[in-house]
Design a protein around this ligand. Structure first.
Ligand code: CU
Length: 682
């Protein structure tokens, strides 16, 4: 077991050999002994018997996979990957004609990002299960996932920013989600020497209107000093109307930040009064500012994404809007900023700090009224540390990063360097318990633990560097999360489960919030895709110049039409395939031989379009890629590609067998019907 005591002695090395320290404190023995829990108890607590459901849905960011992954808790079972910023061959997301536009930016198609923080939509400060937001850190974007379908429905690019790290944290009513610059750059972008950083580089904080599906948009931006903005959280309760962001590199260094951005004793938490921002804009104090960005929206009625490029934002300068921004001095290179469920305490995690500083919202308001300012930076008053600090948690461990709350007056902080979760009491700042985690922990998550009403039963530790927890898989091992029971006085380690990418933040809600409303299938009558085919008779093939459109249906266990002729070399073919099944979970797939894109997955009742440019004459099979019935293997057809001079007439044949089937075969009906009913009756 790791010894935190030994680590305190190593504090002198902090900032020089962070990763070295992390490695130095690797445990050598893997048992449950350290958690005081017998392995059998943990197995019982996390075992979800076959046919039973998990208590919680957990949504983990997929890090550099650009996706979100969905797990069950307490089992740790992986249910789904939701593609967001990355093309996903499993479903065709970002490849097929319907979803390609979701990945459009002002830089063109950007079919990847580094997805960081998941954020659930909120009603009155409590997660409500409508949507999940996640940010793209590399090409700043915010995505909205619809949690009825578990699909990405909307992506908004953030202009005048380079790197969107402090994102997409939501206000208690989800009116806004935010995005703050990780990397300051010249705004607007311009070609200047990099060592003119202090003169030319700026940061922005963006408030995005987020409560109207399909209409996410930049509401306003705030021009900030050229620091790195790291994380954020909205106030709640009494502090509703405020937003808090951590900064590092208040030194405004532009080289070797590892050393040069760690000079100052304190950096800042930026406290932003966004109600004041709204007032200043209403009073005409916002300035018109340039900046192009793209809004992508997947229309749920058509299942087709569109992109719109927008130009110009409203920019607020703190010097023009009194009371908009204050800086709270915070030691030392703070990372996380977390607001407790009462909305009074603003907890910072300092990567290099030796204490956990906690600011008081009440004291902050008083300090502002009393003008307890130590200086002003670009029109932003800096409040005196002693005037705003509520308390410091002493000797919490090393490298406090993030804090979540159980709703019973306790806080839980992840310690990156000393590799542990530390439980402490709000108000007394007393450390109550600590539990080692494996290996270096980053974010942690309690379901609802960043909200007004946490479900304080479990805690998930999201490990940054995992080693030796699973069977080796070559030079890069599996990432991991750990599930910890926080229902009693002492924390208990229950489970390890592997994760995708490097997971950053996560969100979780009780299964009962999402399970009853989870969409079973798209009703064909609600499918307003212009290329929908609702019956076998309605399918067909048409030509317009060199473009050929094929409308097809998929149903167990055939496509109709299933033989296509008259396609010529030089044509571009669009296969519009509709899965006309009206049963839960009866998906089909479609792929054609030699296509240089992914296949498509066809959820029941939906239409997907695959673009195909044949490269040579001949016969090309297509088939169903998603195992759908006993006769799935027979679910196939052919495309004939001819030389133009052959003048083969355009035709789309429906085989005689398919014509007589009139939908699904009786034998298969039973098989799949049971599957659907099983789920529906539970
Ligand atoms: Cu099939």
């Amino acid at each position: 077991m790791r010894s935190s005591v030994k680590l305190y002695a190593a504090v002198g090395y902090v900032g020089i050999t962070l990763s070295g320290l992390a490695y130095a404190c690797a445990p050598s023995v893997k048992t449950n002994a350290s958690s005081g829990l017998l392995a059998g108890d943990a197995a019982t607590r996390t075992y979800v018997p076959p046919g039973s459901y998990d208590e919680y849905y957990a949504f983990l960011s997929g890090g550099f996979s650009g996706q979100v992954t969905v797990y069950g808790l307490p089992s740790g079972r992986l249910f789904k990957q939701i593609p967001v910023f990355s093309q996903f061959p499993q479903t065709g997301y970002g490849y097929n004609e319907d979803t390609k536009a979701m990945l459009t930016t002002t830089f063109g198609q950007v079919p990847w990002d580094d997805s960081h923080h998941t954020e659930m939509s909120l009603t009155d400060g409590v997660p409500d299960g409508r949507w999940l937001f996640i940010n793209g850190n590399n090409t700043p974007r915010i995505a909205r996932i619809d949690l009825k379908k578990f699909e990405t429905e909307e992506i908004l690019q953030i202009p005048n920013a380079a790197g969107g790290h402090a994102s997409p944290f939501a206000t208690p009513d989800t009116k806004y989600v935010v995005s703050a610059t990780r990397f300051s750059v010249p705004i607007p972008q311009t070609d200047v020497p990099i060592d003119s950083y202090k003169k030319n580089f700026k940061g922005t904080i963006t408030f995005v209107r987020a409560d109207q599906p399909g209409k996410m948009d930049v509401a306003f931006q705030i021009m900030m000093p050229g620091y790195d903005y790291d994380l954020g959280h909205a106030g709640k309760g009494p502090s509703d109307g405020w937003f808090f962001f951590t900064t590092y590199n208040s030194e405004e260094a532009n080289t070797k930040l590892e050393v040069n951005a760690s000079q100052a004793d304190k950096d800042y938490i930026a406290a932003i009064n966004y109600k004041q921002a709204e007032k200043c804009i209403a009073d005409g104090k916002g300035k018109k500012f340039g900046g192009s960005y793209v809004h992508n929206y997947m229309n749920p009625a058509t299942g087709i994404a569109t992109s719109e490029t927008k130009t110009g934002v409203t920019m607020l300068y703190p010097a023009d809007c009194d009371g908009l921004v204050y800086y709270l001095p915070t030691p030392k290179s703070p990372h996380g900023v977390d607001i407790d469920p009462t909305g009074e305490y603003i907890v910072a995690g300092g990567k290099l700090a030796t204490v956990i500083p906690v600011h008081s919202y009440t004291k902050m308001i008083k300090a502002i009224a009393d003008k307890q300012f130590e200086k002003t930076i670009d029109g932003i008053p800096v409040l005196r540390y002693q005037a705003v600090i509520a308390g410091e948690v002493q000797k919490p461990g090393l490298g406090p990063l993030h804090t979540e709350f159980d709703g019973k007056g306790n806080a839980y902080t992840s310690m990156f360097i000393s590799s542990e979760i530390v439980k402490w009491k709000l108000g007394t700042w007393q450390v109550l318990d600590r539990i080692p985690v494996y290996y270096s922990v980053g974010h942690l998550m309690i379901p609802g633990g960043d909200s007004k009403k946490p479900w304080g039963k479990y805690l998930v530790a999201l490990d940054k560097i995992t080693k030796d927890r699973y069977l080796p898989t070559g030079p890069e091992g599996s990432r991991s999360a750990q599930l910890i029971d926080i229902s009693g006085d002492k924390m208990k380690m229950l489970l390890d489960f592997p994760t995708m990418g490097e997971p950053h933040y996560a969100q979780a809600v009780p299964a009962s919030m999402l399970q009853p409303t989870s969409l079973k299938f798209q009703k064909l009558t609600d499918n307003h895709n212009p290329d929908v085919t609702t019956s076998e008779a309605a399918g067909g093939i048409t030509r317009k110049g060199k473009r050929v459109d094929v409308k097809m249906i998929a149903i167990r266990s055939h496509f109709a039409p299933d033989n296509l002729e008259g396609i010529e070399l030089g044509d571009t073919v669009y296969f519009h395939v509709t899965n006309i099944e009206q049963d839960w979970n009866i998906a089909h797939g479609f792929a054609v031989f030699g296509a240089n894109t992914s296949g498509v997955t066809l959820p029941p009742g939906e239409t997907r379009t695959l673009r195909w440019v044949p490269q040579a004459t001949g016969i090309y099979p297509f088939y169903c890629t998603d195992f759908c019935s006993a006769l799935h293997q027979e679910m196939q057809g052919y495309v004939r590609v001819s030389a133009p001079e052959m003048h083969v007439p355009l035709s789309a044949n429906i085989s005689k067998i398919a014509q007589t089937q009139n939908g699904r075969m009786p034998a298969e009906r039973g098989q799949h019907g049971e599957r659907g009913e099983h789920g529906e009756h539970r």
